[in-house]
Design a protein around this ligand. Structure first.
Ligand SMILES: Cc1cc2nc3c(=O)[nH]c(=O)nc-3n(C[C@H](O)[C@H](O)[C@H](O)COP(=O)(O)OP(=O)(O)OC[C@H]3O[C@@H](n4cnc5c(N)ncnc54)[C@H](O)[C@@H]3O)c2cc1C
Length: 529
């Protein structure tokens, strides 16, 4: 039997590492156990082709909470964020659309589509910014339970209500609409140009099994407006070294505070003694004891596989089984011999030094969803492309590039079942490359290596149940006091001594660290370690 720890964290994703860093900073003896050979979970960089480093899953950063960056001194630990320089939507005809950090330049671009939309665009951004400020207060604290009579819950609810009252009546109305509307309907209220609304609506579908016309997607859109980099709100960027560098910086902080981190250490099950979590058993059979066990793995995986339903009541088991994790996304990473050249804006320029969205129209996006609804991947999918090596040359050999392509839709549940994915993986990869190559001919010939990740691969390799990129859909019924389940949104679980700290807890998915940080604070204030 090895040393007894104060806390064992199952999973070395960025949230597990944040939780470990805070607990270790507070003087607790902490052990992180990661199943894979590399840390980071879905925030990971791997060299899968010699000299080419892929930011394998997540690829842009914006939501990372500034208080975590500050309190864990992540800049000192190597975290460096580089802002994207454009949001480019190529078209098969015409010049496409670029949205720049410079508002005047963006205004001129949009005026080419609609003068009225060019006027509206900054107003929309400001309105979303005001709502995002209100929501940020909510995501930086544990979610209060509206059914609870605890003074702390009531106090927090009263604070949020006061902040809500301080919104103008137009903003308050927008906030309510956002909770229920579709991204397409919301944008219809503001803009007339389909070519503008289409790329704007995409933030509403990322990671969801919903289309841009599905109610609820406006709320996901707001989630993506909450980002900031170095105090510049709504800015998105990449991490120098890929998103694995975010996890590595957090791991450096955690180790600096004394945490022990092990890789290739898969937890087979959570040890329960006398009805309380007492440690873990590894795949190797080793038992490690701890006062608390904190799962940084997805909730269904945590409760149904690692803990076991024999330790839970039937009602909890039934509810956690219903927690929705339907995967809808895939990822294709390419090593390129040369840069792509887009027909609508040829050559190397600032327009490709940002994110590139294949989202020509609202109908295109909705049709991409239609195929997924009936168990097939989209033949002409929505793509979000970034060439991070343009901003960070350390990721590829000189003159060469890595390209990250986020793809929707790729349903976990194929018509023939999820296990049919290995036989469809390359066809899916081909559909992605062919779709992009329509906009930049010659892409295929420049590919030196290709990695294709389907939702099935995301589950097998990264422990993302059903391939859901956020450890559970980010829909209103699975957020705030209901994440992962009503009554269990405060990082605790029905088994004393077992806690949760990752994206399946409030405030949800994305590389933001908030679940890990808030869970650690909850554990420390409960004085259980
Ligand atoms: C393809 C893709 C693209 C994305 N793009 C973005 C993006 O650009 N920007 C953004 O902000 N977010 C993005 N996301 C979402 C974001 O990456 C995730 O929400 C976030 O990284 C999850 O972090 P986490 O720490 O909560 O969990 P994870 O990163 O999932 O970490 C959980 C860890 O637990 C480990 N684990 C599981 N089971 C065990 C076990 N039995 N024993 C030991 N270890 C175990 C896993 O290996 C994993 O390392 C993307 C996700 C994916 C998959």
């Amino acid at each position: 039997m090895s040393t007894r720890y104060d806390a064992i964290i199952i999973g070395g994703g960025h949230n597990g590492l944040v939780c470990a860093a805070y607990l270790a900073k507070a003087g607790r003896k902490v052990l992180v156990l990661e199943r894979r050979p590399v840390l980071g979970g879905a925030a990971v960089t791997e060299e899968l082709h010699p000299g080419f480093k892929y930011t394998v899953c997540s690829y842009v950063v914006s939501l990372m909470r500034p208080w975590i960056v500050r309190e864990l001194e992540l800049a000192r630990c190597g975290l460096q964020l580089i802002p994207l320089e454009c949001s480019f939507t190529p078209h098969l005809e015409g010049p496409g659309l670029c949205r720049w950090p410079d508002p005047q330049r963006t205004r001129e671009e949009i005026a080419g589509l609609s003068v009225a939309d060019a006027e509206q665009y900054p107003r929309f951004g400001q309105a979303m910014g005001r709502l995002a400020r209100f929501v940020k207060d909510v995501i930086d604290q544990p979610a209060p339970d509206p059914a609870s009579l605890w003074p702390s819950d009531l106090g927090q609810l009263a604070r949020h209500a006061r902040a809500f009252q301080q919104l103008s009546s137009a903003d308050a109305l927008n906030q309510i609409k956002l909770a229920t509307m579709s991204a397409a309907d919301l944008l219809d209220e503001w803009f007339e140009s389909d070519a503008l609304k289409a790329p704007m609506s995409c933030s509403g579908i990322i990671g969801t099994f919903l289309g841009v016309r599905s109610p609820g997607t406006a709320a996901v859109l707001l989630h993506h407006y909450m980002g900031e980099i170095d105090g510049a709100s709504r800015a998105w960027g990449i991490a120098r070294g890929g998103n694995g560098a975010v996890s590595e910086a957090i791991a450096t902080a955690a180790r600096g505070f004394g945490a022990t981190i092990r890789t290739q250490a898969a937890v087979a099950r959570i040890l329960v003694r006398g009805g309380e979590a007492a440690g873990v058993v590894l795949d190797s059979g080793d038992e490690i004891e701890a006062k608390v066990v904190v799962s940084a793995a997805e909730p269904r995986l945590t409760f149904l596989r690692l803990l076991g339903r024999e330790h839970l009541d039937d009602d909890f088991v039934a509810r956690i089984k219903r927690y929705r994790c339907r995967g809808s996304s895939g990822k294709v990473n390419l090593a390129l011999d040369r840069l792509p050249s887009f027909t609508c804006r040829p050559g190397d320029g600032l327009h490709i030094r940002g994110d590139i969205a294949v989202a020509p129209s609202i109908d295109y996006l909705e049709e991409a969803y239609d195929e997924a609804k009936y168990g097939a991947f989209s033949r002409r999918p929505y793509l979000n492309v970034v060439i991070p090596s343009l901003l960070d040359p350390t990721l590829a050999p000189p003159g060469k590039h890595v390209m990250s392509i986020f793809v929707q839709y790729a349903p976990y549940a194929l018509e023939a079942g999820p296990s049919a994915w290995p036989s469809q993986r390359e066809a899916f990869g081909d559909a992605v490359v062919q779709t992009l190559a329509e906009y930049c001919p010659g892409l295929e010939a420049s590919i030196l290596h290709r990695q294709v990740l389907t939702p099935w691969d995301l589950e097998q390799q990264f422990g993302l149940t059903e391939g859901n990129i956020f450890h559970g859909e980010l829909t209103a019924d699975q957020l705030l006091f209901q994440r992962p389940l009503a009554g269990w949104a405060r990082y605790r679980s029905p088994v004393p001594g077992l806690w949760m700290c990752a994206s399946g807890t409030h405030p949800g998915g994305g590389v933001m660290g908030a679940p890990g940080g808030l869970a650690a604070k909850a554990i420390l204030s409960a004085a259980v370690v």
